[in-house]
Design a protein around this ligand. Structure first.
Ligand SMILES: [Zn+2]
Length: 398
């Protein structure tokens, strides 16, 4: 007969680091997509890690920012064309990819373009500490400015493909043409800026046809934007999903012969209620802020940089306060568990927090004073839950 549970026994245990669902680096993550396509195009030293894909001679990746697998599956009526591709994609299994940790745009775009996990390309968060200056650096806006080629020294898959005689092109917003993030993640061959989604689709199809072997990337941002402002499932979000679905169909109908179009995303999204239980405010919490020199990352994926000598105390405290809702790991525990990929380059080690905290429940660790805009967002992403981590990999062939 079981002992009656005491109040102490029924208190939930902190989440263990090992219970976090780690991204499928090396077999089914975003970083594996371009190398798989490039290997099929004969680019040297590329690994075809996604074994269910059979690349065509002309390959286009269309990345829809913020469109997670679970959100797509939940809205078939708003995305009839993409939904029709589910059954036939990825060798008939229709399986998603994992974005990588954290599930955030700068990290994921770098994984896509370099074909490397975050521990190697070195953009392991929305904001991370620059160990050389001790300052936080925003990876998306590249602020403060840091020498791009030193921060991320690897060539992109586009550059390697271009060097191997493949026609490589990126068709995106003109705003991104000369940004450091584009330079380190999405350059190689030709960058073509077009303002409207329709123009991008038409031009991407032209670029596919411009080579016997081609590798083309194109992008649409607004599903993510609507989700942040109004939430997943809002009218605005669903409207952007419908629009993205029409763009996919427009491009699919223009594919030149011997082409494959791959639709994917950089991360999914989760709505977080606006109350104190779901939005814990770092700037108002003396326990969590004790011993913390810098707070990096974002609400669902935090890098915590401790003042010298305080890392162990910060870890203990964060586990106690947040450990039932967040996976809380030391830097070395997160690295050993493979959160950032199988290898961590030396230059990347100090960019990762002394403590790394990834949300499991629908909660946020906001910072209302230092991050007023981010703290007010409805939809959020960053962590390892399926809603954030799983992204579609849909295929259309001509
Ligand atoms: Zn976003």
């Amino acid at each position: 007969m079981a002992q009656p549970e005491t109040a102490w026994d029924s208190h939930p245990e902190p989440l263990t680091v090992a219970s976090a669902p780690v991204p499928e680096y090396g077999s089914g993550s975003l970083a594996d997509l371009l190398p798989t396509l490039a290997a099929g195009l004969g680019v040297p030293d590329m690994s075809a890690a996604i074994t269910e894909l059979t690349p065509a001679d002309r390959n286009c990746v269309f990345l829809i920012d913020g469109l997670g697998w679970e959100q797509l599956r939940a809205h078939p009526e708003d995305a009839p064309f993409m939904t029709s591709l589910l059954a036939t994609s990825r060798g008939g299994t229709g399986r998603p990819l994992t974005a990588g940790y954290p599930a955030t745009t700068a990290t994921s775009l770098a994984s896509v373009g370099t074909g490397l996990p975050p521990g190697a390309h070195g953009l392991p968060g929305y904001t991370v500490r620059n160990p050389d200056t001790g300052e936080l650096m925003n990876q998306l806006r590249w602020q403060p400015w840091t020498q791009p080629g030193i921060w991320q020294p690897y060539p992109t898959v586009f550059q390697l493909a271009h060097a191997a005689g493949v026609h490589a092109a990126q068709v995106s917003s003109p705003t991104f043409q000369n940004t450091p993030l584009t330079r380190v993640a999405l350059s190689g061959g030709t960058f073509l800026g077009r303002l409207t989604g329709e123009d991008r689709m038409d031009l991407a199809a032209e670029q596919l046809a411009a080579g016997d072997r081609s590798l083309v990337y194109t992008y649409f941002a607004e599903v993510d934007g609507a989700g942040h402002r109004f939430g997943v499932d809002s009218d605005a979000w669903r409207g952007q999903l419908m629009y993205a679905d029409r763009l996919v169909q427009r491009l699919a109908e223009q594919l030149p012969p011997r082409s494959a179009l791959y639709i994917t995303a950089d991360h999914g999204m989760i709505d977080v209620p606006f109350d104190e239980q779901h939005r814990i405010d770092f700037d108002e919490d003396w326990e969590l802020s004790a011993g913390v020199a810098l707070l990096g990352g974002e609400g669902r994926a935090r890098h915590v940089y401790a003042v010298p000598g305080a890392a162990d105390d910060v870890l203990t405290c964060w586990r106690e306060v947040l450990g039932e809702q967040f996976w809380v790991a030391s830097r070395d525990e997160a690295i050993a568990a493979g959160w950032f990929g199988p290898q961590i380059d030396e230059r990347v080690y100090g960019r990762i927090g002394d403590v790394v905290a990834a949300a499991r429940d629908d909660v946020l660790l906001i910072a209302s004073e230092r991050e007023p805009k981010e703290s007010a967002m409805v939809g959020n992403h960053g962590s390892m839950t399926p809603a954030e981590q799983l992204v579609p990999l849909l295929e259309v062939r001509s």
